[in-house]
Design a protein around this ligand. Structure first.
Ligand code: GLC
Length: 541
């Protein structure tokens, strides 16, 4: 891979993920919206990010908070209007920020006109052929067509009423790898591909700089829809977080070879448009090798590197991810990405132990990450050092919780990383919106010291650390440093690596360590001389 000053923007971008329900609420209904995002764009520019990716804001019954799309070409009134989307895109560009939108092609909402038509049409009809409807097994077809589980818990199949009588059950079943309100499309049907090409063009014409592709590894299923092989002793019903935790390795529902034809087609579409527009894969594949297939030269530009996010707090584990990632990606000539948090996982400050320890480690891992070649993704609120919040059971809204709460293996769900951002003030809604009181998910009473206003200007704050780090990245960790990472130390205690003339040390141990010679240009904690405390990291030139 060559590095030139003219490398496209995305090669080295820091992209900030906005979860629209929880970023900023302009109309005071307690739920974030597009005008709210637009009003806060100067904050993102000043933070120093290059781009934003916005989770879905399209028309949706919000069963999975927008990842259940009823109309791909419109904005849900909850978030505003198409005119608001246009204004957001225009304002972002004025401020020099790129804008990536989220595309959800694996499934539609059950409120999508296609699914409503499918329910109204008989088995075998063209309307049903856009989804995966099948007859059940067993006497009267009472058993689901196969043994697949939903990622959100329970069976991946739901039965519909018999079409001829229209009453009760007794009809066919449809596949939903997620909630029953998210029926999976049949990507072997050409109508589906044509529809999504139109959707891509719709948003490209409006000026977006790219798409984050939801569940990119899921679109095609093994054609037979055969049973998943479940080894003895594994209880598939306790495998609700199937996508992330992978108790099962036989996966006829994920990562099928034909899925790559879809991305080749999309790449060709993007290349008809001016500017460097990109496709970013959310693909939870099993290995770095299979992930690399999504970013071959004629497919997507980037894929989230979840191996980095899943790595435990260990110098050796971090080193292995860096080496493995760079090796696999150089084979396909793609550039890496790094990510520690998003709207589906436990915030990294909490994953690393929570409290002061977890925060120190989160800051240290972020500082180390920002020195690596390629691009980095930052999830809203991590720059404030926010932790996962424990949401009371009666306040939880994630379908994972709703589908598993009455089972033997309840899953708390993802609400705790989706709490609205605290901007200012000393009590909820902390400037999230003009309303009074709690927004759609309650904010902790203890967040007064974590608001953007409270942290601004305080050199010890996590927000100021992110601002310094993003500035230092531009000056000391740009594409001119190259893509080669030389691991200097991957002992149990310390990860040390060199990239170009930049040396990075991340202390994952319990004892302070001596830093090598050089000028410290960034550190995750204040340093006393050349000593790096435990749970801290530093850059030296
Ligand atoms: C992706 C999204 C997640 C969503 C799921 C179903 O994993 O990131 O939030 O629930 O897809 O669309």
């Amino acid at each position: 891979m060559t590095d030139t000053a003219a490398a496209p923007w995305w090669r080295h971008a820091v992209t900030y993920q906005v979860y629209p329900r929880s970023f900023a609420d302009a109309n005071g209904d307690g739920i974030g919206d597009l005008p709210g995002i637009t009003s806060r764009l100067p904050y993102l520019r000043d933070l120093g990010v290059d781009a934003l990716w916005i989770s879905p804001f399209y028309t949706s019954p919000q069963k999975d908070h927008g990842y259940d799309v009823a109309d791909y070409r419109d904005v849900d009134p909850l978030f505003g209007s198409l005119a608001d989307a246009d204004a957001l895109i225009a304002r972002a560009h004025e401020l020099g920020l790129r804008l990536i939108v989220d595309l959800v092609p694996n499934h539609t909402s059950s409120e999508h006109e296609w699914f409503k038509a499918a329910l109204a049409a008989p088995p075998g009809s063209p309307e049903r052929a856009r989804y995966l409807f099948r007859d059940g097994r067993g006497p009267n077809g009472d058993e689901p067509p196969n043994n697949w589980r939903s990622v959100f818990g329970g069976s991946a199949w739901t039965r519909v009423p018999d079409h001829s009588t229209g009453s009760g059950q007794g009809g066919q079943w449809y596949l939903h790898l997620f909630d029953s309100s998210q029926p999976d499309l049949d990507w072997r049907n050409p109508e589906v591909g044509d529809m999504f090409e139109d959707v891509l063009r719709f948003w490209l014409d409006r000026g977006v700089d790219g798409f984050r592709i939801d569940v990119a590894h899921g679109l095609l299923k093994e054609e037979s829809l055969r049973d998943q092989v479940v080894p003895d002793g594994v209880d598939p019903s306790s495998d609700a977080s199937a996508m992330i935790e992978r108790a099962l390795t036989d996966e006829p529902m994920w990562d099928q070879p034909e899925v790559h034809d879809v991305y080749r087609r999309w790449r060709r579409v993007l290349e008809e448009y001016p500017g460097d527009r990109i496709l970013v894969a959310e693909a939870w594949t099993q290995t770095a090798v299979s992930l690399a297939r999504y970013v071959r030269p004629d497919e997507m530009h980037q894929a989230f590197n979840f191996a980095w996010l899943l790595a435990p707090w260990s110098a050796k584990a971090f080193a292995e991810v860096i080496t493995g990632t760079l090796e696999e990606l150089s084979d396909v000539k793609a550039s890496p990405t790094w990510v520690l948090s998003n709207h589906d996982v436990i915030r990294h400050a909490t994953r690393y132990g929570g409290g002061a320890l977890g925060l120190a480690r989160a800051r240290a891992a972020t500082v180390a990450m920002l020195a690596l070649p390629g691009s980095a993704y930052v999830y809203q609120g991590e720059e404030l050092g926010l932790e996962q919040v424990e949401v009371a059971p009666d306040q939880r809204q994630d379908p994972t919780w709703l589908r598993t709460r009455n089972t033997a293996a309840p899953e708390e769900g993802r609400d705790g990383c989706r709490i609205p951002i605290p901007w200012s003030g000393t009590e909820p809604p902390y400037g999230f919106g003009p309303g009074e009181g709690q927004p759609w998910l309650p904010q902790p009473a203890s967040w007064g010291g974590l608001t953007v206003a409270a942290q601004t200007g305080d050199p010890d704050s996590t927000l100021e650390l992110y601002r310094r780090a993003l500035d230092a990245r531009r000056r000391h960790a740009g594409t001119d440093r190259g893509d080669t990472v030389e691991i200097l130390d991957e002992g149990h205690q310390v990860l040390a690596f060199r990239r170009g003339g930049l040396t990075v040390v991340l202390n994952c141990g319990e004892e302070p360590v001596e830093l090598p010679a050089g000028e410290v240009v960034l550190s995750s904690e204040p340093l006393d001389g050349a000593t790096l405390p435990a749970n801290a990291s530093a850059w030296l030139v």
